[in-house]
Write a protein that binds this ligand. Sequence first.
Ligand code: SF4
Length: 327
Amino acid sequence: MTIHTLYSASSLDRLALCPPSARLGKDIPDTSSIHAEKGTRIHELGEMLLTGESVDIVGIDADELQIATKYAEYVWEVAGEDGVIYVEESFHDALAKYHPELGGTADTVIIIGDELHVIDLKTGKAAVQAMENKQMLTYALGALEHHGINKFSVVHLHIYQPGNISHVSYPATRIKSWANELIEIAKRADDPFEKPNPSAKACHFCKAKTVCPAIREKAITNAQQDFAENNLEKLLDDAKLAITWAESIQEQAKQAILDGADAGHWHLKNGRKMISYKDKVGAEAYFAENAQAFELKSPSALKKIGIEVPAQYLEEKVSAPSLIRKE
Ligand code: SF4
């Protein structure tokens, strides 16, 4: 079971950059996205494969199943014949001795003799590295605490991601020394005198960006800079922060309009209907004898040439509403 903690392992990069971010965002509800939902489905599939739960492939996206299957194969390869595999291990209790708000759930832990492996499945596009990865170091510390802090000599951290496998090995002493850095991050996050510290990296996924005065002030200051006086990298970093802030304002405005607020000439336009495959494997089997249909992947492309895909293979989604200005 996943236990939500204020200082979760996945938020440590941001906490290290902007200590008050967790406290500022703690009462703001989580939002989801198409990418996050896809990641959750792949993780669930991976967990089912690793625990031997039967997977009913009807209605499952073939690409998602393939990613989950490759991840499970990677785990089995690392475990070999002697490894003991633990799936979805939560380390809230194990990490509470360092700080009560620390927590995290590792996708997979494998124990082979006196070596411990932590494997994390990532489904995003940006390649993530295992080396000195705060999230992975924290999972490893939790795993050591849980399985025996002095039982292991070597700890391996693995990121499994489509198109990117990153692996680093540490002596167990490095994981133990990470505890001091972790406690320091948590202490600063507790400190009411720590000021928000906006940056493109910290603010991008921060829930507090809709209420944080620091990101607004920084975005406005950045916008006043002269293009010619700045180096391009800094200018682009500053622009990314301004975009992050502007997008958070638009999201907040959409919710306010949905709740009945008057935004003058601004209105919400309904999202577009999109038809996609709910059961791509089934649809491909259905069209196995029809080369013309089989080669064309999208349902709308098939419709254009007069081929209807049976409804049981399709699902309809509506994209999020967008803001438009009407004069
Ligand atoms: S929006 Fe940025 S500056 Fe503000 S709390 Fe979040 S990470 Fe910190």
